[in-house]
Design a binder for this molecule. Sequence first.
Ligand code: AMP
Ligand code: MN
Ligand code: MN
Ligand code: MN
Length: 282
Amino acid sequence: MVAALPKYDLHTHSTASDGTLPPEELLSRAAERGVELLSLTDHDTVAGIDLLKGHPLLDTVRLMSGVELTASWSGRMVHIVGLNIDTQSAQLRRYLEGLERLRNERAEKICQRLVKAGVPDNELLARAKKIAGGGSIGRPHFAQVLVEAGVVNNAQAAFKNYLGAGKTGDVKMQWPTFNEAIDVIRRAGGEAVLAHPTKYKMTFTKIRTLVTDFVQAGGAAIEVSYTGITPNHQADLERLAAQKEILVSAGSDFHSPGQSWTDVGKFPAVKDPERHILTQLL
Ligand code: AMP
Ligand code: MN
Ligand code: MN
Ligand code: MN
C-alpha cells in the first residue's frame, strides 16, 4: 500500500520556453491551486529552475527539477520529460546548449519558409526572438508573430496553416535520438518519462512500438494523464504501462492562463497510483 500522493503536477512550462508565466508566477499559481509538488519542465532548458533558487514559496511548493527534451524516434519528433535531474550536470548543460543551437538554426529556417509562403518579411525573426525573451525559441513564438502581424486570427490557426505537423514552418531538424535524451537524463541522476504518447499522431500500434523501445532504452515511465486526453486513451495507456511493466506519470502541460481549458495541477487522476513514478521519486 502506497501512502497518498501529494497534489502534484509533473509537466509545466514557463517563459523560459513557450509558457507565458515567468517561473515565479507559475510557482505562485501552483501554490494558490494547492499544488504541493511541482515540476517545471520547459522545452530544452533548465533556466527557469535556476531562477527559482531560494524563492520563499519553495517552503510551500516542493519543486522537482525537470526538463522536456525534444528528441527523435524513428524519424519522428517526440518529447522526453526528465524528472529529478541534477540541473548542474555539466553533461546535461552541454546537451542543452546543443539543443539551443538547433532551435536557433530552426528559427532562421522557419522564417525563410514563412517568407517563401508569402508572409511579409517584417523582421519575423527579430520579433519571434523578442517574444521568446531569450528563452528556448519555438513554434509558439512564431504563432504569436503571425497573430500579431494579422496573418492569422489565433495561434491555433497559425499551427493549422503554417506551423503544425507537415506544414511549411514545421522544419525538420536532426534532433538527438531519444536514446541520447534518455541517457543524458539518467546520467544527470533523473528519470525519463515519455511525454503525452497520444499527441504524436501515431496509431496505437505505433505507440506500442514506441513504448517498447522506450522501456528498452531505459525509460522509467509514460505519461497517462494530461490536458485533453480522452478517458479511453488514458485507459489504453494505463493498460499498456501495466503490460510493459513501466511506471506512469501525469501533468497538465500547462503553458498559459489564457488557455482556459488547462491549469496548473489540473488533469484526470491516475487510476493506479501504485504504478506512479512518484512512488520511486519521493
Ligand atoms: P516546438 O517546441 O517549437 O517544436 O513547438 C512545440 C510546441 O508548440 C508544443 O510544446 C506546444 O506548446 C505548441 N503546439 C503544438 N501544436 C500546437 C497546436 N496545434 N496549437 C497550439 N500550440 C501547439
Ligand atoms: Mn510547448
Ligand atoms: Mn510536449
Ligand atoms: Mn510540454
